[in-house]
Design a protein around this ligand. Structure first.
Ligand code: HEC
Length: 416
Protein backbone atom coordinates (compact mmCIF):
# COMPACT_ATOMS: atom_id res chain seq x y z
CA UNK A 1 0.00 0.00 0.00
CA UNK A 2 1.30 3.45 -0.77
CA UNK A 3 1.90 5.50 2.31
CA UNK A 4 -0.72 8.20 2.13
CA UNK A 5 1.90 10.88 2.35
CA UNK A 6 -0.20 13.89 3.06
CA UNK A 7 1.22 16.37 0.62
CA UNK A 8 0.25 19.94 0.08
CA UNK A 9 -3.36 20.60 -0.90
CA UNK A 10 -1.82 22.71 -3.63
CA UNK A 11 -1.49 19.45 -5.54
CA UNK A 12 -5.10 19.71 -6.67
CA UNK A 13 -4.51 23.23 -7.87
CA UNK A 14 -1.40 22.06 -9.62
CA UNK A 15 -3.36 19.41 -11.49
CA UNK A 16 -5.95 21.94 -12.58
CA UNK A 17 -3.28 24.39 -13.66
CA UNK A 18 -1.48 21.76 -15.61
CA UNK A 19 -4.62 20.95 -17.56
CA UNK A 20 -5.14 24.58 -18.44
CA UNK A 21 -1.53 24.97 -19.34
CA UNK A 22 -1.86 22.13 -21.80
CA UNK A 23 -5.18 23.39 -23.15
CA UNK A 24 -3.83 26.72 -24.29
CA UNK A 25 -1.47 25.61 -27.06
CA UNK A 26 -4.15 23.34 -28.48
CA UNK A 27 -4.38 25.30 -31.69
CA UNK A 28 -0.81 24.45 -32.56
CA UNK A 29 -1.73 20.83 -33.01
CA UNK A 30 -1.09 18.59 -35.94
CA UNK A 31 -4.33 18.83 -37.82
CA UNK A 32 -5.44 18.74 -41.42
CA UNK A 33 -8.77 20.54 -41.10
CA UNK A 34 -8.69 23.64 -38.93
CA UNK A 35 -10.78 23.29 -35.82
CA UNK A 36 -12.47 26.56 -36.62
CA UNK A 37 -13.87 25.03 -39.82
CA UNK A 38 -15.03 21.88 -38.08
CA UNK A 39 -16.69 23.99 -35.43
CA UNK A 40 -18.63 26.01 -38.02
CA UNK A 41 -19.79 22.91 -39.87
CA UNK A 42 -20.61 21.25 -36.59
CA UNK A 43 -22.66 24.13 -35.30
CA UNK A 44 -24.40 25.28 -38.43
CA UNK A 45 -24.61 22.33 -40.78
CA UNK A 46 -24.14 18.95 -39.21
CA UNK A 47 -27.57 18.62 -37.68
CA UNK A 48 -28.88 18.02 -41.23
CA UNK A 49 -25.68 16.85 -42.87
CA UNK A 50 -24.60 13.92 -40.75
CA UNK A 51 -25.36 10.31 -40.00
CA UNK A 52 -26.40 7.53 -42.33
CA UNK A 53 -28.89 9.62 -44.33
CA UNK A 54 -27.60 13.19 -44.54
CA UNK A 55 -29.57 15.79 -46.51
CA UNK A 56 -28.62 15.89 -50.19
CA UNK A 57 -26.35 12.91 -49.41
CA UNK A 58 -23.83 15.37 -48.09
CA UNK A 59 -22.10 14.48 -44.84
CA UNK A 60 -20.30 17.43 -43.30
CA UNK A 61 -18.87 15.76 -40.21
CA UNK A 62 -15.18 15.43 -39.53
CA UNK A 63 -14.64 11.99 -41.04
CA UNK A 64 -16.09 13.07 -44.38
CA UNK A 65 -14.51 16.49 -44.66
CA UNK A 66 -12.67 17.17 -46.87
CA UNK A 67 -12.57 13.81 -48.76
CA UNK A 68 -16.27 14.18 -49.59
CA UNK A 69 -15.91 17.72 -50.81
CA UNK A 70 -12.69 18.51 -52.60
CA UNK A 71 -13.08 18.18 -56.36
CA UNK A 72 -16.19 16.09 -55.72
CA UNK A 73 -19.22 16.84 -57.91
CA UNK A 74 -22.16 18.28 -56.04
CA UNK A 75 -25.29 16.23 -55.97
CA UNK A 76 -27.47 19.03 -57.24
CA UNK A 77 -25.26 20.37 -60.04
CA UNK A 78 -22.61 17.75 -60.79
CA UNK A 79 -20.71 20.14 -63.07
CA UNK A 80 -19.84 22.20 -59.99
CA UNK A 81 -17.52 20.66 -57.40
CA UNK A 82 -18.45 21.14 -53.76
CA UNK A 83 -15.00 22.55 -53.09
CA UNK A 84 -12.73 23.82 -55.85
CA UNK A 85 -9.33 24.10 -54.16
CA UNK A 86 -8.08 27.67 -54.17
CA UNK A 87 -11.37 29.02 -55.47
CA UNK A 88 -14.15 29.62 -52.94
CA UNK A 89 -16.44 31.46 -55.41
CA UNK A 90 -16.54 28.45 -57.73
CA UNK A 91 -17.15 26.04 -54.83
CA UNK A 92 -20.76 24.86 -54.60
CA UNK A 93 -20.52 24.66 -50.81
CA UNK A 94 -19.89 28.42 -50.65
CA UNK A 95 -22.44 29.18 -53.37
CA UNK A 96 -25.08 27.38 -51.31
CA UNK A 97 -24.23 29.48 -48.27
CA UNK A 98 -24.24 32.69 -50.30
CA UNK A 99 -27.40 31.75 -52.18
CA UNK A 100 -25.62 32.47 -55.45
CA UNK A 101 -27.87 32.67 -58.48
CA UNK A 102 -28.16 29.37 -60.35
CA UNK A 103 -27.92 27.02 -57.36
CA UNK A 104 -30.58 24.39 -56.93
CA UNK A 105 -32.59 24.17 -53.75
CA UNK A 106 -32.39 26.67 -50.91
CA UNK A 107 -29.69 28.87 -49.41
CA UNK A 108 -27.83 27.10 -46.57
CA UNK A 109 -28.33 26.51 -43.75
CA UNK A 110 -31.94 25.84 -44.58
CA UNK A 111 -32.97 26.38 -40.98
CA UNK A 112 -31.33 27.50 -37.81
CA UNK A 113 -28.71 30.13 -37.17
CA UNK A 114 -27.16 31.72 -40.25
CA UNK A 115 -23.48 31.59 -41.05
CA UNK A 116 -21.92 34.86 -39.85
CA UNK A 117 -19.74 37.02 -42.08
CA UNK A 118 -16.66 36.01 -40.06
CA UNK A 119 -17.50 32.32 -40.42
CA UNK A 120 -18.05 32.70 -44.15
CA UNK A 121 -14.68 34.42 -44.43
CA UNK A 122 -13.04 31.57 -42.48
CA UNK A 123 -14.55 28.98 -44.82
CA UNK A 124 -13.48 30.96 -47.86
CA UNK A 125 -9.93 31.48 -46.73
CA UNK A 126 -9.66 27.79 -45.84
CA UNK A 127 -10.64 26.93 -49.43
CA UNK A 128 -8.41 29.67 -50.78
CA UNK A 129 -5.45 28.24 -48.85
CA UNK A 130 -5.72 24.87 -50.61
CA UNK A 131 -3.36 24.15 -53.44
CA UNK A 132 -5.41 24.43 -56.67
CA UNK A 133 -4.60 20.89 -57.84
CA UNK A 134 -4.90 19.25 -54.44
CA UNK A 135 -6.88 16.07 -54.26
CA UNK A 136 -8.72 14.98 -51.13
CA UNK A 137 -5.95 12.45 -50.58
CA UNK A 138 -3.38 15.21 -50.52
CA UNK A 139 -5.28 17.11 -47.86
CA UNK A 140 -6.27 14.17 -45.75
CA UNK A 141 -5.06 10.68 -46.31
CA UNK A 142 -8.17 8.56 -46.58
CA UNK A 143 -7.17 6.61 -43.48
CA UNK A 144 -9.86 4.49 -41.91
CA UNK A 145 -11.34 5.80 -38.68
CA UNK A 146 -9.15 4.68 -35.79
CA UNK A 147 -10.86 2.61 -33.11
CA UNK A 148 -9.29 4.74 -30.36
CA UNK A 149 -8.08 8.32 -30.59
CA UNK A 150 -4.71 7.77 -28.93
CA UNK A 151 -2.11 5.21 -27.96
CA UNK A 152 -3.64 4.01 -24.70
CA UNK A 153 -7.01 3.79 -23.03
CA UNK A 154 -6.79 4.33 -19.26
CA UNK A 155 -3.73 2.07 -19.09
CA UNK A 156 -3.90 -0.48 -21.90
CA UNK A 157 -2.11 0.04 -25.20
CA UNK A 158 -4.42 0.46 -28.18
CA UNK A 159 -3.56 -0.81 -31.65
CA UNK A 160 -3.08 2.78 -32.85
CA UNK A 161 0.17 4.39 -33.94
CA UNK A 162 1.45 7.95 -33.97
CA UNK A 163 0.21 9.92 -36.99
CA UNK A 164 2.95 10.64 -39.52
CA UNK A 165 5.51 13.29 -38.56
CA UNK A 166 4.30 13.72 -34.99
CA UNK A 167 5.38 12.76 -31.50
CA UNK A 168 3.29 12.37 -28.40
CA UNK A 169 3.60 13.78 -24.92
CA UNK A 170 1.44 12.42 -22.11
CA UNK A 171 1.09 13.26 -18.49
CA UNK A 172 -0.87 10.95 -16.22
CA UNK A 173 -1.79 11.20 -12.54
CA UNK A 174 -3.23 8.59 -10.23
CA UNK A 175 -4.39 10.29 -7.06
CA UNK A 176 -3.61 8.50 -3.83
CA UNK A 177 -6.56 9.51 -1.71
CA UNK A 178 -9.62 7.27 -1.70
CA UNK A 179 -12.57 9.15 -3.21
CA UNK A 180 -15.06 8.14 -0.55
CA UNK A 181 -12.73 8.36 2.45
CA UNK A 182 -11.39 11.75 1.40
CA UNK A 183 -14.85 13.14 0.79
CA UNK A 184 -15.63 16.75 0.10
CA UNK A 185 -13.18 18.09 2.69
CA UNK A 186 -10.23 16.65 0.79
CA UNK A 187 -11.78 17.07 -2.63
CA UNK A 188 -12.38 13.38 -3.14
CA UNK A 189 -8.71 12.55 -3.02
CA UNK A 190 -7.27 15.41 -5.03
CA UNK A 191 -5.73 16.84 -1.87
CA UNK A 192 -3.50 13.81 -1.51
CA UNK A 193 -0.44 13.33 -3.61
CA UNK A 194 -0.53 11.44 -6.83
CA UNK A 195 1.62 8.97 -8.68
CA UNK A 196 2.77 10.84 -11.72
CA UNK A 197 3.76 9.52 -15.11
CA UNK A 198 5.18 11.36 -18.05
CA UNK A 199 5.50 9.77 -21.46
CA UNK A 200 7.22 10.62 -24.67
CA UNK A 201 6.49 8.52 -27.76
CA UNK A 202 8.44 9.10 -30.94
CA UNK A 203 8.40 7.52 -34.39
CA UNK A 204 11.16 5.07 -35.31
CA UNK A 205 12.31 4.33 -38.83
CA UNK A 206 10.31 1.50 -40.41
CA UNK A 207 6.98 2.57 -38.96
CA UNK A 208 7.51 1.52 -35.34
CA UNK A 209 7.08 3.85 -32.36
CA UNK A 210 9.24 4.05 -29.25
CA UNK A 211 7.72 4.97 -25.89
CA UNK A 212 9.64 6.21 -22.90
CA UNK A 213 7.69 6.57 -19.66
CA UNK A 214 8.71 7.55 -16.17
CA UNK A 215 6.47 6.91 -13.18
CA UNK A 216 7.02 8.03 -9.63
CA UNK A 217 6.54 4.67 -7.84
CA UNK A 218 10.09 3.34 -7.40
CA UNK A 219 11.19 5.88 -10.02
CA UNK A 220 10.16 3.43 -12.70
CA UNK A 221 11.16 3.91 -16.32
CA UNK A 222 9.37 2.07 -19.07
CA UNK A 223 10.92 1.57 -22.48
CA UNK A 224 8.81 -0.12 -25.14
CA UNK A 225 8.37 -0.43 -28.86
CA UNK A 226 5.08 -0.48 -30.69
CA UNK A 227 4.49 -1.89 -34.13
CA UNK A 228 1.25 -2.22 -36.05
CA UNK A 229 0.73 -5.58 -37.70
CA UNK A 230 -2.69 -4.92 -39.22
CA UNK A 231 -4.99 -1.95 -39.63
CA UNK A 232 -8.76 -2.32 -39.70
CA UNK A 233 -9.95 -1.22 -43.12
CA UNK A 234 -13.26 -2.18 -44.71
CA UNK A 235 -11.83 -1.34 -48.14
CA UNK A 236 -9.23 -4.09 -48.08
CA UNK A 237 -11.21 -6.44 -45.86
CA UNK A 238 -9.03 -6.17 -42.73
CA UNK A 239 -11.55 -6.74 -39.91
CA UNK A 240 -9.42 -5.46 -37.05
CA UNK A 241 -6.28 -3.61 -36.09
CA UNK A 242 -3.49 -5.51 -34.41
CA UNK A 243 -0.27 -4.25 -32.87
CA UNK A 244 2.61 -5.46 -30.74
CA UNK A 245 3.70 -3.54 -27.67
CA UNK A 246 6.76 -4.92 -25.91
CA UNK A 247 9.49 -3.70 -23.62
CA UNK A 248 10.48 -3.44 -19.97
CA UNK A 249 9.98 -1.51 -16.75
CA UNK A 250 13.01 -0.59 -14.69
CA UNK A 251 12.54 0.32 -11.03
CA UNK A 252 15.43 2.76 -10.86
CA UNK A 253 15.06 4.14 -7.36
CA UNK A 254 18.28 3.95 -5.37
CA UNK A 255 17.18 2.52 -2.10
CA UNK A 256 15.52 -0.83 -2.85
CA UNK A 257 16.04 -3.86 -0.70
CA UNK A 258 16.76 -7.20 -2.32
CA UNK A 259 13.64 -9.38 -1.78
CA UNK A 260 15.92 -12.44 -1.62
CA UNK A 261 18.06 -10.90 1.11
CA UNK A 262 16.33 -8.02 2.82
CA UNK A 263 19.55 -7.07 4.54
CA UNK A 264 21.05 -5.75 1.34
CA UNK A 265 20.28 -2.96 -1.05
CA UNK A 266 20.04 -3.83 -4.73
CA UNK A 267 22.45 -2.40 -7.24
CA UNK A 268 20.95 0.05 -9.67
CA UNK A 269 20.87 -2.31 -12.63
CA UNK A 270 20.21 -5.66 -10.98
CA UNK A 271 17.98 -8.03 -12.91
CA UNK A 272 15.32 -8.09 -10.18
CA UNK A 273 14.59 -4.45 -10.97
CA UNK A 274 13.49 -5.24 -14.54
CA UNK A 275 10.01 -6.43 -15.50
CA UNK A 276 9.56 -7.65 -19.07
CA UNK A 277 6.32 -7.60 -20.99
CA UNK A 278 4.72 -8.17 -24.37
CA UNK A 279 1.16 -7.34 -25.34
CA UNK A 280 -0.87 -7.84 -28.47
CA UNK A 281 -3.61 -5.19 -28.62
CA UNK A 282 -6.39 -5.98 -31.11
CA UNK A 283 -9.12 -3.44 -31.75
CA UNK A 284 -12.29 -3.16 -33.78
CA UNK A 285 -14.54 -0.24 -34.43
CA UNK A 286 -18.06 -0.20 -35.66
CA UNK A 287 -19.62 3.26 -35.85
CA UNK A 288 -19.76 4.49 -32.27
CA UNK A 289 -18.47 1.42 -30.46
CA UNK A 290 -14.85 0.35 -30.22
CA UNK A 291 -13.54 -2.77 -28.57
CA UNK A 292 -10.03 -3.61 -27.51
CA UNK A 293 -8.63 -6.93 -26.37
CA UNK A 294 -5.07 -7.05 -25.07
CA UNK A 295 -3.53 -10.44 -24.25
CA UNK A 296 -0.25 -9.93 -22.45
CA UNK A 297 2.56 -11.61 -20.57
CA UNK A 298 4.63 -10.14 -17.77
CA UNK A 299 7.84 -11.64 -16.43
CA UNK A 300 9.35 -10.60 -13.09
CA UNK A 301 6.63 -7.99 -12.70
CA UNK A 302 7.11 -7.04 -9.07
CA UNK A 303 10.42 -5.73 -7.81
CA UNK A 304 9.48 -6.58 -4.21
CA UNK A 305 8.94 -10.28 -4.90
CA UNK A 306 11.60 -12.78 -5.72
CA UNK A 307 11.03 -15.53 -8.29
CA UNK A 308 7.37 -14.80 -8.98
CA UNK A 309 5.51 -16.72 -11.69
CA UNK A 310 5.04 -15.29 -15.12
CA UNK A 311 1.70 -13.53 -15.39
CA UNK A 312 -0.66 -13.76 -18.31
CA UNK A 313 -3.36 -11.12 -18.45
CA UNK A 314 -6.25 -10.36 -20.75
CA UNK A 315 -7.02 -6.67 -20.92
CA UNK A 316 -10.46 -5.79 -22.21
CA UNK A 317 -11.55 -2.25 -23.00
CA UNK A 318 -14.55 -0.62 -24.61
CA UNK A 319 -15.33 2.86 -25.83
CA UNK A 320 -18.66 4.37 -26.69
CA UNK A 321 -18.49 7.66 -28.53
CA UNK A 322 -21.18 10.12 -27.56
CA UNK A 323 -20.25 12.71 -30.18
CA UNK A 324 -17.22 14.04 -32.01
CA UNK A 325 -15.58 15.14 -28.76
CA UNK A 326 -16.84 12.93 -26.02
CA UNK A 327 -16.74 9.22 -25.28
CA UNK A 328 -17.19 6.87 -22.34
CA UNK A 329 -14.60 4.20 -21.83
CA UNK A 330 -13.77 1.40 -19.45
CA UNK A 331 -11.21 -1.33 -19.05
CA UNK A 332 -10.36 -4.32 -16.88
CA UNK A 333 -7.16 -6.33 -16.83
CA UNK A 334 -7.86 -9.73 -15.27
CA UNK A 335 -4.87 -11.91 -14.43
CA UNK A 336 -5.41 -15.30 -16.05
CA UNK A 337 -2.43 -17.21 -14.73
CA UNK A 338 0.41 -16.71 -12.28
CA UNK A 339 -1.97 -15.17 -9.76
CA UNK A 340 -0.43 -17.05 -6.80
CA UNK A 341 2.53 -14.74 -6.64
CA UNK A 342 0.85 -11.68 -8.16
CA UNK A 343 0.92 -8.52 -6.09
CA UNK A 344 0.46 -4.84 -6.85
CA UNK A 345 3.71 -3.03 -7.45
CA UNK A 346 4.42 -0.43 -4.83
CA UNK A 347 3.32 -2.43 -1.86
CA UNK A 348 2.68 -5.96 -0.76
CA UNK A 349 -0.92 -6.79 0.07
CA UNK A 350 -1.91 -9.72 2.23
CA UNK A 351 -5.27 -11.06 3.27
CA UNK A 352 -6.01 -12.04 6.87
CA UNK A 353 -4.55 -15.52 6.26
CA UNK A 354 -1.30 -14.01 5.10
CA UNK A 355 -1.84 -14.83 1.44
CA UNK A 356 -0.82 -12.36 -1.19
CA UNK A 357 -3.77 -10.64 -2.82
CA UNK A 358 -4.44 -8.21 -5.61
CA UNK A 359 -7.44 -6.83 -7.49
CA UNK A 360 -8.00 -6.80 -11.22
CA UNK A 361 -7.02 -3.40 -12.54
CA UNK A 362 -10.05 -1.41 -13.49
CA UNK A 363 -10.66 2.02 -15.08
CA UNK A 364 -13.94 3.75 -15.92
CA UNK A 365 -14.08 7.25 -17.28
CA UNK A 366 -14.70 9.95 -19.82
CA UNK A 367 -12.65 10.78 -22.85
CA UNK A 368 -12.57 14.19 -24.44
CA UNK A 369 -10.91 14.72 -27.80
CA UNK A 370 -10.32 18.30 -28.76
CA UNK A 371 -7.88 19.94 -31.10
CA UNK A 372 -5.39 17.08 -31.17
CA UNK A 373 -5.50 16.63 -27.39
CA UNK A 374 -7.01 13.65 -25.71
CA UNK A 375 -8.13 13.91 -22.08
CA UNK A 376 -9.04 10.94 -19.94
CA UNK A 377 -10.65 11.52 -16.56
CA UNK A 378 -11.60 8.40 -14.65
CA UNK A 379 -11.94 6.40 -11.50
CA UNK A 380 -9.58 3.49 -10.98
CA UNK A 381 -8.43 1.02 -8.36
CA UNK A 382 -4.80 1.04 -9.46
CA UNK A 383 -2.14 3.42 -8.25
CA UNK A 384 0.29 2.18 -10.87
CA UNK A 385 0.13 2.77 -14.58
CA UNK A 386 3.33 1.56 -16.19
CA UNK A 387 2.76 -1.76 -17.93
CA UNK A 388 4.49 -3.79 -15.24
CA UNK A 389 2.54 -1.97 -12.56
CA UNK A 390 -1.01 -2.27 -13.81
CA UNK A 391 -0.52 -5.81 -15.17
CA UNK A 392 0.62 -6.94 -11.69
CA UNK A 393 -2.82 -6.22 -10.29
CA UNK A 394 -4.41 -3.25 -8.58
CA UNK A 395 -4.14 -2.10 -5.00
CA UNK A 396 -7.71 -1.33 -4.12
CA UNK A 397 -10.98 -3.18 -3.87
CA UNK A 398 -13.60 -1.56 -6.09
CA UNK A 399 -16.35 -3.57 -4.48
CA UNK A 400 -15.67 -2.11 -1.10
CA UNK A 401 -15.86 1.33 -2.70
CA UNK A 402 -12.13 1.98 -2.67
CA UNK A 403 -11.68 4.07 -5.81
CA UNK A 404 -9.27 6.83 -6.81
CA UNK A 405 -9.37 9.54 -9.41
CA UNK A 406 -6.92 9.61 -12.25
CA UNK A 407 -6.32 11.40 -15.50
CA UNK A 408 -4.28 11.18 -18.68
CA UNK A 409 -3.59 14.11 -20.98
CA UNK A 410 -2.08 13.41 -24.38
CA UNK A 411 -0.78 15.98 -26.76
CA UNK A 412 0.41 15.38 -30.30
CA UNK A 413 3.12 17.69 -31.51
CA UNK A 414 4.39 18.15 -35.05
CA UNK A 415 7.96 17.04 -35.60
CA UNK A 416 10.06 19.91 -36.82
C1 HEC B 1 -32.11 22.38 -41.49
C2 HEC B 1 -31.36 21.45 -42.31
C3 HEC B 1 -30.12 21.92 -43.01
C4 HEC B 1 -29.08 22.64 -42.49
C5 HEC B 1 -28.90 23.18 -41.06
C6 HEC B 1 -28.11 22.75 -43.55
N1 HEC B 1 -28.57 22.12 -44.66
FE1 HEC B 1 -27.58 21.95 -46.46
N2 HEC B 1 -29.15 20.96 -47.22
C7 HEC B 1 -30.32 20.68 -46.58
C8 HEC B 1 -31.27 20.12 -47.50
C9 HEC B 1 -32.69 19.65 -47.15
C10 HEC B 1 -30.64 20.08 -48.75
C11 HEC B 1 -31.23 19.64 -50.07
C12 HEC B 1 -32.28 20.66 -50.55
C13 HEC B 1 -31.71 22.04 -50.77
O1 HEC B 1 -30.62 22.17 -51.32
O2 HEC B 1 -32.38 23.02 -50.41
C14 HEC B 1 -29.30 20.61 -48.55
C15 HEC B 1 -28.33 20.70 -49.52
C16 HEC B 1 -27.07 21.21 -49.35
C17 HEC B 1 -26.04 21.25 -50.36
C18 HEC B 1 -26.10 20.69 -51.72
C19 HEC B 1 -25.34 19.38 -51.74
C20 HEC B 1 -25.09 18.83 -53.08
O3 HEC B 1 -24.25 17.91 -53.15
O4 HEC B 1 -25.67 19.29 -54.05
C21 HEC B 1 -24.95 21.86 -49.81
C22 HEC B 1 -23.62 22.16 -50.45
C23 HEC B 1 -25.31 22.18 -48.46
N3 HEC B 1 -26.59 21.76 -48.20
C24 HEC B 1 -24.46 22.82 -47.58
C25 HEC B 1 -24.82 23.17 -46.29
C26 HEC B 1 -23.95 23.91 -45.42
C27 HEC B 1 -22.53 24.35 -45.76
C28 HEC B 1 -24.63 24.07 -44.25
C29 HEC B 1 -24.16 24.81 -43.02
C30 HEC B 1 -23.67 26.14 -43.21
C31 HEC B 1 -25.92 23.45 -44.41
N4 HEC B 1 -26.02 22.91 -45.65
C32 HEC B 1 -26.89 23.40 -43.42
C33 HEC B 1 -30.60 20.88 -45.25
C34 HEC B 1 -29.79 21.61 -44.38
Amino acid sequence: MFASTFLSPLRAGYAALLSFFLLVPMQAMAQTIPDQILDILDEKCSRCHEGAKPKAELNLTEEFVPANLINQPSHQIPEIALIVPGNPERSYLIQKILGTEGIKGKKMPRKGELVTAAELEALKSWIRSMEPQSSPAAVQKAEPQPAFPTLTTGNLPTAEMLPAKTFLYRVAHRFRGSILDAGFDQLYGFDFGSNVMTELTVPLPGGANLSLKRQSIFATFEVAARYRLLQQNPENGAPLSLALYAGFDWASTGNLRDPADTGRTMGRFEGERFAWFAQLPASMRSEKISLLVVPGILVNGNVLIEGEDMLTTLGIAGRLSVNRYLALFGEVVPILSGADTANPVGGVLFDTDGRRIFYDTFVLGLELVKGGHVFHVFVTNSGGNTTGQYMSGANFDVFSGDLRFGFNIYRLIDLP
